[in-house]
Design a protein around this ligand. Structure first.
Ligand code: HEC
Length: 114
């Protein structure tokens, strides 16, 4: 009986250690802009080719980080100031970390020398 209790306790301990490890791993992993891109933007944007929306390389060469963030959260208004007649991009509710990651990702496609 004592032996069984000890075995159960060790199993429990092992499980918590494993779970803890997994949670820790998730916290440490930096949020990648590519992941955000694949989750939300991929259907309409491509990094360097024109899709439904303009390519990131083009966006990066003409917009600032603030403009990009504004467009993601409020495309209906910002697309007007960008000169679009119609707005086809939906708004996104991203976390601060996701916004930061995707903005950095887009700007990383800025063509050299611009
Ligand atoms: C449903 C399709 C769609 C999705 C999904 C989408 N976009 Fe767009 N995006 C567009 C279109 C179309 C435009 C052109 C402006 C418009 O129609 O509003 C655009 C324009 C933009 C612009 C401004 C382009 C310029 O003129 O500089 C930025 C920045 C942008 N998108 C970023 C993103 C990001 C980041 C995501 C993902 C979080 C995303 N878009 C998801 C369709 C989309």
């Amino acid at each position: 009986m004592r032996k069984e209790i000890i075995m159960m306790l060790s199993a429990l301990l092992l499980m918590t250690t494993l779970l803890w490890g997994a949670a820790d791993q998730q916290n440490k992993e930096p949020l990648s802009g590519q992941k955000v891109f694949e989750t939300y933007c991929w259907g309409c944007h491509h990094q360097t080719a024109v899709a439904f929306g303009p390519p990131f390389s083009e966006i990066a060469s003409r917009r600032s980080a603030d403009e990009i963030r504004a467009m993601i959260t409020d495309p209906a208004n910002v697309s007007k100031t960008f000169g679009y007649k119609r707005n086809a991009m939906p708004p996104f509710r991203l976390s601060e970390a996701e916004l930061e990651a995707i903005t950095r990702y887009i700007l990383s496609f800025r063509p050299k020398g611009k």
